[in-house]
Design a protein around this ligand. Structure first.
Ligand code: S3P
Length: 754
């Protein structure tokens, strides 16, 4: 078969002149209606064994023509869509084989291996014009009469092209589904069947089986009469078409049996826990499941195929905002990650308050649930962790997905290298680009076995059951994540693990380990510990994150008339670069009521507007302010004269290349900056600019999904002459849930649009 050249596109973007739907039921009928609603100008014809279905389709205007004989409908059609039951595909393909000329053939079957095998039997190999596909949408109702033009809107359609699939054929099938409002994904046939076995076929099988079990009991009428929401919710899908599901279960037998095996072992585990009165194990499972369900939408977005969620959050920040009041920003991200990690490994119960309920730290929390740790909360920053001890983690059922969280991935790498089981760590697109050699190489030196993707990027596969030995490691870069990773691996290693840092980096891991009764020593630039000890649970009070406070510190520092207090901010000496730099630029900033909370120094910070001056940022401050530079660049753009930063090449490997992303964004606002490999020069306000007037223009910014870039440009609006629009801001939720509300509360003119 060769791909035919079609007429030029119509309003719907589809090039087909005539679509033949083979099997006119809910799926085919809904496609026809969706295409018509999208403005498809071609003809839609259908075949069905059942004359009534064709008659209904014609009467409802779903199709333009149709019949119960396939042969006459094939010539003149440009695309053929097979929507017959999976087990009927082969006989339909046999009928079609001699009739097909240059049509693109696609299908909607729920299993793909069986259909590919059928096509191979009929054609010898899957033809280049055949694109196997599967829309992930359905209903318990069936037949063309139930068809619905919005069935595919915001749903996923999975296409499973082969190596020989013609790109034009693939493009045409994609165009068809996109016009119906669906999101089109591609994966292999094997992966498709595996995923669907777990997310769709297994739940259907369980629902059918539960209803059947109850329906066969003597008192079934009683049971059904009293069956409440739980039964209804769980068994809704058992009302689906039995023949279709028989076909699907048979066609996807192997993947379904594997999924069923996993399910049976899960059920057996719960049974054992109930029978033996093991309430901790029971809670661990229930809690893990309950939270997995709650965070499904965000954390498990990557493996969700049923509905599509657009994550393009856009900010519109208008000038003319003000900055005043007294606020408390959310808990420290670094400390929140560590509280969960050490609490999980400790003996006893750890109570955490002030926990950051952001996506990054929640990813860490969820990962421990998946390793069998019972964790209650978070609820208004409170989390209760039922520690399992150093050797108590269990192998998770699948890869641990840590989203955007570099800290989670790198610290986990060390912690998991010392476990008895294998694990896989995956993350989102941004994390997948970040370097992992910095942790994988020294961990290998300790005896860990770690596999990475190309260029030592994630995913990481960590082989358990290795004997780790302590090393002396001279870190090539100042990184708290690397230091912490090695110290965590060191807990499981024989002998001492020593890490030397070229410049001081945040020491939360060392402080918290000591707080949990695990001695970590420090001499000069080296921290070390001895493996084989234990952690004893204790309370943790997480201070507000100075990195989140920074956006408001800079907001107040640049806005005439500003007067703001930030409460209970962590001022660990390894994190206060931003305070030192802002003060050096002339900011009017004072620390009030310095105190200690849970082993970390905290204070309230009072800041008022005072004109800033550009400075050469001392290199020693770079690791102490590493996350604060995007916001500090905005301070620099509002300072008199030039601010110079060097020795900050680490900024290029954060959630985005922050030097480049900020330079691009600043240039969109008309701010002058010169980039260097390891830094930037930013030209601030000229002497002749009106004293309290705008410092730069408005513009359109791409945050590249980097939370700190998005928030930095939001506060930049305070001194812009026009609106600043910022795209791709959803990841602000990784570190600063509630940012927009808080910003509005202090007086910023900021709006979120989705
Ligand atoms: C972090 C360390 C820093 C920082 C990151 C959090 C931590 O990274 O940028 O946001 O919690 O240890 P590096 O250690 O890679 O500099």
């Amino acid at each position: 078969m060769a791909v035919s050249q079609q007429d030029s596109k119509d309003a719907s973007g589809i090039v087909e002149s005539r679509l033949l739907i083979v099997g006119l039921g809910l799926i085919g009928g809904s496609l026809a209606r969706a295409l018509k609603a999208a403005g498809f100008k071609g003809e839609i014809v259908a075949w069905d064994r059942d004359a009534d279905a064709i008659a209904s389709g014609l009467e409802m205007g779903v199709i333009d023509a149709g019949g119960t004989e396939l042969g006459p409908l094939v010539p003149g059609s440009s695309m053929i869509l097979l929507a017959v039951p999976v087990l009927a595909m082969e006989s339909v393909l046999r009928t079609l084989a001699p009739l097909i000329e240059n049509q693109v053939v696609t299908d909607v079957g729920s299993t793909k291996l069986a259909i590919r095998a059928a096509a191979e039997r009929v054609f010898g190999s899957v033809p280049a014009n055949m694109v196997l596909g599967h829309p992930i949408a359905g209903s318990e109702r069936s037949g063309v009469v139930a068809s619905d033009s919005s069935l595919y809107r915001q749903h996923k359609v999975i296409l499973t092209p082969q190596a020989n699939t013609h790109p034009e054929a693939l493009g045409r099938v994609k165009a068809l589904w996109s016009a119906c409002g669906a999101e089109v994904l591609e994966m292999t046939v094997e992966r498709h069947d595996e995923v669907l076995a777990r997310t769709s076929h297994l739940p259907h099988l369980l629902a059918f089986s539960l209803v059947d079990t109850l329906a066969r009991q003597d008192d079934r009428l009683e049971i059904f009469r009293y069956a409440a929401g739980g039964f209804r919710d769980f068994t809704r899908i058992a009302g689906s078409d039995p023949v279709m599901w028989r076909d699907i279960f048979s066609a996807n037998r192997d993947a379904l049996l594997t999924a069923l095996d996993d399910f049976e072992s899960g059920i057996a585990r719960m049974r054992r826990a109930i029978a033996s009165g093991d309430e901790d194990a029971l809670l661990a499972t229930l809690d893990r499941a309950s939270h997995a369900r709650h965070y499904f939408d965000t954390l498990l977005n990557k493996t969700r195929y049923q509905t599509m969620e657009s994550r393009n959050v856009r900010y519109r920040a208008r000038p003319s905002g003000s900055v005043s009041g007294s606020i408390r920003v959310p808990g420290d991200k670094s400390i929140s990650h560590r509280a969960i990690m050490l609490g999980a490994l400790a003996e006893g119960v750890t109570q955490v308050q002030g926990f950051l309920e952001g996506e990054d730290s929640l990813a860490t929390l969820q990962a421990f649930r998946e390793m069998g740790v019972a964790i209650e909360g978070p609820q208004q920053g409170r989390v209760t962790i039922h520690g399992v001890g150093m050797q108590g983690l269990k192998q998770p059922a699948g890869p641990l997905y840590v989203g955007n969280a570099g800290t989670a991935m790198r610290l986990f790498a060390g912690l998991l290298a010392g476990q008895a089981f294998d694990t896989e760590l995956t993350g989102d697109a941004s994390l997948t680009k970040r370097p992992m050699a910095r942790v994988a190489d020294p961990l290998r030196e300790m005896g860990a076995v770690i596999e990475t993707a190309k260029d030592q990027r994630p995913p990481l596969v960590i082989r358990g059951g290795q004997r780790l030995k302590g090393i002396v490691y001279d870190m090539p870069m100042a990184s708290a994540q690397v230091k912490s990773c090695l110290l965590l691996a060191g807990l499981y290693a024989e002998g001492e693990t020593r890490v030397r840092e070229p410049a001081p980096t945040r020491d939360h891991t060392e402080r918290m380990l000591n707080g949990f009764g695990y001695p970590v020593q420090r001499e000069g630039d080296t921290a070390w510990l001895e493996g084989g000890g234990r952690l004893i649970a204790g309370p943790i009070d997480v201070p507000s994150d100075i990195s989140s406070a920074t956006f408001f510190l800079v907001a107040a520092a640049i806005t005439p008339g500003a007067d703001l207090t930030l409460e209970h901010v962590g001022i660990n000496p390894t994190r206060i670069g931003v305070i030192n730099i802002l003060k050096a630029m002339g900011a009017d900033l004072e620390l009030i009521d310095e105190r200690e909370a849970g082993g970390e120094p905290v204070a309230d910070i009072h800041i008022r507007y005072r004109p800033l001056t550009g400075i050469d940022i001392p290199e020693a401050q770079v690791p102490l302010a590493i996350d604060e530079f995007p916001a500090l660049f905005i301070a620099a753009a509002n300072a008199q004269g030039i601010t110079r930063l060097r020795g900050a090449e680490e900024l290029r490997v954060k959630e985005s290349d922050r030097l480049q992303a900020m330079a691009d964004g600043m240039s969109a606002l008309g701010i002058k900056a010169t980039l260097y490999e390891d830094g930037i020069d930013i030209s601030g306000r000229d002497e002749d600019q009106e004293a309290e007037g705008p410092s730069y223009g408005g513009g359109h910014i791409d945050s590249l999904g980097d939370h700190r870039i998005a928030m930095s440009f939001a506060i930049a609006s305070l001194r812009a002459s026009d609106d600043i629009i910022i795209d791709d801001c959803a990841n602000v939720a990784t570190s600063f849930p509630g940012f927009v509300e808080l910003a509005r509360r202090v007086g910023l003119n900021l709006e979120e649009q989705t």
